[in-house]
Write a new protein. Structure first.
Ligand SMILES: [Zn+2]
Length: 154
């Protein structure tokens, strides 16, 4: 269990407060669930990674700022979005983590592109595209499943 007196515990309490005070649609469009999971990863990694350790006070600052803005009814999301981007890309690049379903999304578009050029090559685009799509879904799904098995989902 988290000790609520620890700074990291406080971040999650404030994050809960923020989620409760924002429109659920906004919580979704801001990807706050993923943000929260990434912060949990940073908490777990802080002993071995200085960047993760530094994200924690940063996150607390961003959340505090948003809570103040919610009370004043003029929320600016820019700072959060910049911080979110840094945090997620750090998790992806340094810790090789991925967000759920990201391989599928990536491979569907890759598969479509491959299918299109294959279809063009064989002069049969209507055959090439479904082949590329099926291939993309198969590869993406298996890569997502593999990432999940290895605990690499943020
Ligand atoms: Zn890190």
């Amino acid at each position: 269990m988290e000790n609520n007196k620890e700074p990291s515990g406080e971040v999650f309490i404030k994050l809960d407060e923020l989620k409760a005070s924002l429109d659920p649609k906004k919580v979704k469009s801001l990807n706050i669930q993923l943000f929260e999971r990434a912060i949990r990863r940073a908490v777990a990694l802080q002993e071995e990674c200085d960047a993760c350790k530094n994200f924690l006070p940063g996150a607390a600052g961003v959340i505090d700022e948003m809570l103040t803005q919610v009370k004043e009814d003029k929320v600016k999301y820019k700072e959060y979005q910049i911080f979110y981007k840094h945090l997620i890309s750090h998790m992806q690049q340094t810790h090789k983590l991925v967000s759920e379903g990201s391989y599928l999304g990536m491979w569907i578009s890759l598969g479509l592109a491959i299918g299109l050029s294959f279809g063009t090559m064989i002069s049969n685009i209507s055959l090439g595209i479904p082949i590329g799509l099926v291939m993309g879904v198969a590869i993406g799904t298996s890569m997502d499943a593999d990432a999940k098995k290895k605990g690499r989902i943020i």
